[in-house]
Write a protein that binds this ligand. Structure first.
Ligand code: 5AD
Ligand code: SF4
Ligand code: FES
Length: 362
């Protein structure tokens, strides 16, 4: 990168330029973050949207090599929050004018689970008079399931590609039918086709990953024409197969810096999408999410999972807010967002502007 004034504007960034931006250090890096903050204010303003996050179950049928709640990890207590408690958390989000919430869990696709989610979606719509927006993040499912959930009230879906490079994908997932790269891609295409606002994302600082992989990830998001993105640093977990490679990782601080570079670069590349400040940022830097809000991120996901269960949803180590309650996180984030010079968009769905500007073309 030759300096801010030379950052070619969105739509025209090449692979080489993106690689430099993602790898930026020192003053160049500073300019990149400032430029991204400027683009953010120009296109999506100062507003930050809340998505109340309910991590309602850590049962998972998959075995991703990086994840602390993978099926084969026997060292955690599994939980599944009762429907009435999930609905109570949704009521909390509604009362506190969150605008929308995210339902997330480990991946399951049995009929009982699919039906249960439909029921919950209808319940949440009902208790909020149709006002709460609902994002779901429930992994790979069949087209029928995605369709059924859309009909039941979900309108956004988050499915991280984790890495858009097939070779790297198979270094961090088992190479089997349950972790098939092409299936994951197809799921993303299906979600878009069905009319979901579609979000994806990647982990940053994985073993075997380099700046070129990350630049490719950004181009992948552009190509897929996503509406939302959630991406954050990879943080090793001692009960996972990838822990073995911990000595080969970038230092945590560098992973954090590159994660912000990624957010900033994506904001410049896709100025009107929604970008989340991932919770994992805060596992490295106490002000991590606020820093992200200044250089491109405009969505934050306060954890509203009932506190008793939070300690068991440890995808990675040092996860923040495991002792706090929903009220604590809401108040805390209010203050933090103001400190970052941003404003909470209370009571609004906060849809991605990109989705609406594209509607006619889908
Ligand atoms: N470090 C950072 N993020 C992780 N995730 C899972 N395990 C880790 C980890 N060790 C992320 C994945 C997944 C999301 C729910 O959490 O990207 O999509
Ligand atoms: Fe399951 Fe998601 Fe963790 Fe993979 S990343 S093991 S699908 S919870
Ligand atoms: Fe949870 Fe600050 S966001 S306590």
């Amino acid at each position: 990168m030759k300096g801010t004034t030379d950052i070619p504007f969105h739509k025209t960034l090449s692979f080489e330029e993106l690689t430099c931006m993602v790898a930026a250090e020192g003053t160049e890096r500073k300019s990149l973050l400032i430029e991204a903050g400027r683009v953010q204010e120009e296109y999506v303003g100062k507003n930050v949207f809340f998505r109340g996050l309910i991590e309602f179950s850590n049962y998972c049928t998959k075995n991703c090599y990086y994840c602390g709640i993978r099926k084969d990890n026997k060292n955690i207590e599994r939980y599944d929050i009762a429907d009435e408690d999930i609905l109570a958390a949704a009521r909390f989000a509604y009362k506190n004018r969150y605008g929308s919430l995210v339902l997330q869990s480990g991946e399951r696709s049995d009929d009982k689970f699919v039906e249960r989610i439909s029921r919950l979606l209808r319940g949440i719509k009902k208790l909020s008079n149709g006002e709460l927006g609902i994002t779901i993040s429930l992994g790979e499912q069949t087209r029928e399931t995605y369709k059924e959930w859309f009909k039941a009230g979900a309108h956004r879906y988050l499915l991280r590609i984790e890495s858009s490079d097939e070779e790297l994908y198979y270094k961090i997932h088992p190479r089997d039918a349950k972790h098939d790269f092409q299936t994951r891609l197809n799921c993303l295409y299906t979600l878009k086709e069905l009319g979901y606002q579609t979000g994806t994302g990647v982990m940053i600082g994985l073993p075997f990953q380099n700046y070129e992989h990350l630049a490719k990830d950004l181009l992948f998001m552009k190509e897929l024409d996503i509406d939302m993105c959630g991406m954050g640093p990879y943080i090793e977990h001692h009960d996972t197969p990838l822990y073995e490679y911990r000595d080969q990782l970038w230092p945590l601080q560098r992973r954090f810096e590159v994660a912000l570079n990624m957010i900033a670069s994506l904001r410049i590349l896709m100025p009107d999408i929604n970008i989340a400040a991932a919770t994992a940022l805060q596992a490295i830097d106490p002000m991590g999410r606020e820093k992200a809000l200044k250089c491109g991120a405009n969505v934050i996901m306060p954890n509203i999972t009932p506190t008793a269960n939070r300690k068991n949803y440890l995808l990675y180590e040092n996860k923040p807010c495991t002792d706090e309650g929903a009220d604590d996180c809401t108040n805390c984030l209010n203050v933090r967002i103001q400190m970052a010079g941003r404003e909470v968009g209370y009571g609004e769905w906060g849809d991605s502007l990109h989705f609406h500007s594209n509607r006619g073309r889908r």
